[in-house]
Write a protein that binds this ligand. Structure first.
Ligand SMILES: *Cc1c(COP(=O)(O)O)cnc(C)c1O
Length: 403
């Protein structure tokens, strides 16, 4: 184990690589084996039993089968756990597979079937809870409404901060204190472990859609949950049974990318701060959603975050029509869902990522979400400016109502 006194940037470069020198290699090994030679029936059987129950392979028995355990995935998990200040982490084939496992594990452990969900949430999470496919019942509420929403049969509380797509901040400690022992899962996708560590404020599980900033290059779909050993065992058990292990190539790319995560996040954030400030003076924009831009009344930026991140949402004066025009007129931004990569993306949450959300909780038609990448900030602003200027909002025209 590398020294626990290292700073975050050093941990990002070195964590999860402790066994490499012993293996005689410098770069991360990528183990693609779908099955593993068995030493003998007894040792193989013991290893299988340990992993099917959520444990780690029995030393003499090996990994047995690629759905149960993979060393490339395990190295990524131990690195992410270090960065999130947790004992363990469990990686999945997508962020939604990770959320599903958290729900299945906590409902199975407690025998309870009620979930409290603090809105807004990523559209897919909101939809998973409302769809009924996991047989749970969700109560949606605000952060202040958590205590009132709790029931004796509540198995899990889910929240996101900053939230997708409004960038609302939620007081993690306040929710954890209101939780009365019910586990709190915080979706930390937008902040990344560089800007926020939810367990330091009482969260019990930290979820990432690793598809986003952790991957950072738009070429991996993955999810990961950082938590304590007991919860990790319950999650690994669900993962082994349902078959949701992350593919080792994805884990390799994610682990490789962790080394540059701190500098990517800070550079993207520096760009986003400039773009957000500029957008807040733009005549086509009625409101910029960006942490701290309208002040920080609860003091959450100071208390629980180390930065404002690189996601921005804007309300357009021209509403849906201008959103349609903006997203189809940008040239440097790519009109696409997803976020957190080195290149800038733009999308319309109400039509795309938050489409399955109930109408009363869906983002407004004039809201557009930007994921700011590593391009030059002047180029990004110039691109947005031409796309916002090319056609003035409908309201500025003579006023024939849109059919
Ligand atoms: C994308 C996303 C998810 C879902 O992750 P997938 O990897 O797409 O399954 C969950 N939460 C947030 C905040 C997201 O942006």
């Amino acid at each position: 184990m590398i020294s626990s006194r290292l700073q975050l940037d050093s941990i990002a470069v070195h964590a999860g690589r402790e066994d490499l020198a012993q293996l005689g290699v410098h770069a991360l090994p990528l183990d693609l084996s779908s099955t593993n030679p068995l030493p003998d029936i007894e040792a193989g059987g013991l290893s299988y039993e340990a992993m099917a129950g959520g444990g780690t392979p029995y030393a003499e028995g090996g990994a047995v089968y690629g759905r149960l355990w993979n060393p490339t995935v395990a190295r990524f998990e131990s690195a992410l756990a270090r960065m999130e200040h947790t004992e363990a982490a469990v990686a999945f084939s997508s962020g939604m597979a990770a959320t599903t496992a958290a729900i299945l594990a906590t409902t199975r452990e407690t025998g309870h079937r009620h979930i409290v969900a603090v809105r807004p949430l990523y559209g897919g999470t909101d939809h998973l809870l409302a769809s009924g496919v996991l047989g749970v019942e969700a109560t949606y509420c605000t952060a202040e409404g958590v205590a009132a929403a709790l029931r004796p049969d509540t198995a899990l509380i889910i929240l996101e901060t900053p939230a997708n797509p409004t960038l609302d901040l939620v007081d993690i400690r306040a929710v954890a204190e209101a939780a009365r022992g019910v586990p709190v899962l915080v979706d930390n996708t937008f902040a990344t472990p560089i800007l926020q560590n939810p367990v330091d404020f009482g969260a019990s599980m930290v979820l990432h859609s690793a598809t986003k900033y952790l991957g950072g290059h738009g070429d991996v779909i993955a999810g990961v949950i950082a938590c304590d050993q007991k919860q990790a065992a319950a999650l690994r058990r669900v993962r082994a049974i349902t078959g949701a292990l992350l593919h080792p190539l994805g884990a390799y790319l994610l682990h490789r990318g962790l080394a540059t995560l701190p500098i990517r996040v800070r550079a993207q954030q520096a760009n986003a701060q400039r773009v957000a400030a500029w957008l807040s003076t733009h005549p086509s924009v009625s409101r910029v959603h960006y942490p701290g831009i309208a002040g920080d009344p609860q003091g959450l930026l100071d208390r629980q975050m180390r930065g404002t991140g690189a996601m921005i949402s804007i309300d357009l004066r021209g509403g849906l029509e201008q959103a349609r025009h903006l997203t189809s007129t940008v040239r440097l931004f790519t009109h696409a869902v997803s976020l957190g990569g080195v290149d800038s993306l733009i999308q319309h949450p109400a039509a795309l990522t938050h489409r399955p959300v109930a109408p009363e909780a869906r983002p407004p038609a004039g809201l557009v979400r930007l994921s700011i990448g590593l391009e030059d900030h002047e180029d990004l602003m110039a691109d947005l400016d031409q796309a916002l200027a090319a056609r003035r909002p409908a309201a500025a025209h003579a006023g024939a109502p849109h059919p």
